[in-house]
Write a protein that binds this ligand. Structure first.
Ligand SMILES: [Fe+2]
Ligand SMILES: [Fe+2]
Length: 332
């Protein structure tokens, strides 16, 4: 039997070995990140890197599937068969994005059920933009143009994220997002060019309501975003919130001109010195309220999600029963 003293000594020695080993692993990890290497699921990674990624990937996955709700709401009311088919395909794509991302999240050691549970119990967040209502058909086009447009701007740099399973998922997702943005813009263009005055007014009203929340999608200003620096250090984040927001504004000004809509910001002005568009002050109080659960649709979205999950229980049970029957047959 070991004595107490020997126990302590052995434990101390083991600890020293682990610490030394960990320091070496950490050093190797840092060097790989600095060299621009990709980290795979089975590679050693620091706990905080794993936690940060899991939080980001699962929030991203939740945003994809919660984002299906405000648009799914309009599938039955699409104005033409063509628009209905396009919207159906788009909403289905978003479900697919959720699946790729939950799968990427699972490679970090947390199950999809655990992630979904965190969403449904209100512990996990999703993008604040999906807590705004879709009031008219023009909102659907505007979501494609601005919300998917902002998503692309945010997501293209993630294709080079240091965590390979996330980067790979993002490559596929970005290709589809580009279709989402175009279909939205196209639908607005038809309303603006060939539509009635009432339809044009509807588009302007939708743009007025979505513009500012879309600028908030890039997250708080760089100087108020404490986790950004670490994300950059780890190669999870490649471009800062403010830089992405500026790129988005610069791209949208021209697109708005072609469309014939006015972006609802009297301070929008070309700055020849910076060679960028200056824009007005964002209402960050509104952003934090929506993030904190007080947005116009937070409660409704979560209730719908939980109901969809409960209503689908029989499908999951049937699929599992089928899979186990197949496995039994194969074993026999
Ligand atoms: Fe998506
Ligand atoms: Fe999308």
């Amino acid at each position: 039997m070991y004595t107490q003293a020997m126990d302590t000594e052995a434990a101390e020695n083991a600890k020293a070995v682990t610490t030394l080993e960990e320091a070496q692993l950490q050093q190797r990890f840092d060097a790989r990140i600095d060299a621009g290497d990709f980290i795979e699921a089975k590679d050693w990674m620091p706990d905080n890197y794993r936690k940060t990624l899991l939080r980001q990937i699962s929030q991203h996955a939740h945003s994809e599937i919660v984002g299906m709700l405000p648009e799914g709401n309009w599938i039955g009311r699409a104005p033409t068969l063509k628009r209905k088919a396009i919207l159906l395909a788009k909403v289905q794509d978003e479900g697919g994005h959720g699946l790729y991302l939950y799968a990427a999240g699972e490679t970090l050691g947390t199950s999809r059920d655990q992630m979904i549970d965190a969403l449904h119990s209100g512990k996990a967040k999703y993008s604040s933009i999906f807590n705004y209502p879709t009031l008219s058909w023009a909102d659907i086009g505007t979501i494609g143009w601005l919300v998917d447009g902002a998503a692309i701007m945010n997501q293209v740099p993630i294709c080079r994220c240091s965590y390979a399973p996330y980067a790979r998922a993002m490559i596929r997702i970005c290709r589809e997002e580009s279709f989402h943005q175009r279909q939205g813009y196209d639908s607005l263009l038809v309303m603006m060019k060939d539509g009635s005055d009432a339809q044009r007014a509807m588009v302007q009203d939708a743009v007025d309501r979505w513009w500012w929340p879309c600028l908030m999608m890039f997250g708080p200003p760089d100087d108020q975003s404490p986790n950004s620096a670490q994300g950059m250090r780890w190669g999870i984040k490649r471009v800062s919130n403010d830089t992405l927001r500026q790129k988005f504004v610069d791209a949208c000004v021209q697109q708005a001109e072609v469309l014939g809509v006015t972006l609802p910001d009297p301070d929008l002005k070309w700055n020849a010195e910076r060679e960028h568009w200056d824009f007005g002050v964002i209402d960050w109080d509104e952003f934090w309220q929506v993030v904190g659960g007080q947005g116009p649709c937070n409660r409704e979205r979560l209730e719908k999600r939980v109901k969809a999950w409960d209503d689908g229980a029989w499908v999951r049970e049937a699929a599992l029963a089928h899979a186990s029957k197949q496995a039994m047959k194969e074993a026999a």
